[in-house]
Design a protein around this ligand. Structure first.
Ligand SMILES: C[S@@+](CC[C@H](N)C(=O)[O-])C[C@H]1O[C@@H](n2cnc3c(N)ncnc32)[C@H](O)[C@@H]1O
Length: 304
């Protein structure tokens, strides 16, 4: 795109956004996030057009930055209000309301698929303030999968599907920075545990849970193969490992299921492996691009 076409495109986008008065209403967070993405497409270009023959180019970019600051401030206010309420112990309703309202017509519908991230991840990042480790993390063995968070819309799908109660203990095996136990802990009275091998991730996840006053969320620094699984009722696996490690953890889970009913939620390629376990049944067709919930007893007998 030429400099001139870029400036004209940005100008018409600014005009469109500035004329939309509803954009600053508290619940229009999704629209603001999308507007910020559209503005960023112009502002993040490495070489901004120098204020050349058209002397107002610089002013257009300034106006765009001022608009971004306004939209970010509106989002920041909403994120802080949700965060304050979580810290006071009842963030559940406000968080779910923000998520539901974030959809185009009140329904939280995403335009992206599979493991892509969307506006909900931006919203959750603004609320949770999960820090990344300051230093590089250690190398993983070949069958261990590097850190990547479950997209937030899938975490909320998991929370809705399993309907956690105070009797549940959710265990995220390979919990990374802790989004799954933290969000499940905010949205339910269940005890939520993250088991993660990388100490730096565990440290960051603990700090986040502590800053949010989440007494029902804990993190254990351990290899999932040696973790004590006896308290868990619901387990989450976002393909944290493959091959013999996955085999060993599935064998441990099957031993737990010999005494009681457990649920296993999967996301990503491990869903296909878990679906081949004869002792597990899923209510829906397993797929790598969505949460699949498996039960250790037949769905006819299920208690959830
Ligand atoms: C794909 S990420 C999933 C992160 C998190 N469960 C989520 O859904 O947001 C996989 C995580 O598993 C961890 N991991 C890999 N092998 C592990 C093992 N044997 N025991 C515990 N954690 C492991 C990795 O360090 C990484 O953080």
């Amino acid at each position: 795109m030429t400099d001139r076409r870029m400036t004209d495109g940005l100008l018409s986008l600014i005009a469109e956004l500035e004329s939309d008065r509803s954009l600053l209403l508290q619940d229009r967070v999704r629209r603001r996030i999308e507007a910020l993405d559209r503005l960023d497409a112009y502002l993040l270009i490495d070489e901004l057009p120098a204020p050349g023959p058209r002397s107002n180019d610089g002013a257009v970019y300034q106006r765009a930055r001022a608009l971004c600051a306004k939209l970010e401030a509106a989002n920041g206010e909403l994120y802080q209000a949700i965060r304050d309420q979580i810290q006071r112990g009842d963030g559940h309703d406000l968080l779910l309301k923000a998520i539901d309202q974030a959809g185009p017509d009140g329904a939280a519908v995403s335009c992206v698929e599979g493991d892509s991230y969307d506006y909900l991840d931006e919203l959750i990042s603004g609320v949770l303030h999960v820090e990344k480790p300051a230093a590089e993390v250690g190398q993983l063995d070949s069958e261990m999968v590097f850190y990547q968070p479950t997209p937030a819309r899938h975490i909320f799908d998991l929370i809705r599907q399993v309907a956690l109660t105070e009797k549940d203990v959710l265990v995220d095996l390979g919990s990374g920075l802790g989004h799954v136990p933290i969000l499940a802990g905010i949205c339910s009275n269940a005890h939520c545990i993250g088991v993660e091998l990388e100490a730096a991730y565990v440290h960051c996840a603990r700090q986040c849970a502590q800053a949010l006053n989440l007494s029902n969320v804990t993190f254990v620094q351990q290899d999932a193969r040696t973790a004590n699984l006896s308290a868990g009722t619901v387990f989450h696996l976002y393909t944290p490992f493959t091959g013999s490690i996955l085999r060993s953890v599935l064998d441990s889970l099957r031993k737990q299921a010999a005494h009681r009913e457990i649920w296993i939620c999967t996301f990503g390629p491990c869903s296909a492996t878990v679906a081949r376990e004869p002792w597990l049944k899923s209510a829906s067709t397993p797929g790598a691009d969505r949460i699949t919930v498996f039960s250790s007893c037949s769905w006819g007998q299920r208690t959830r």
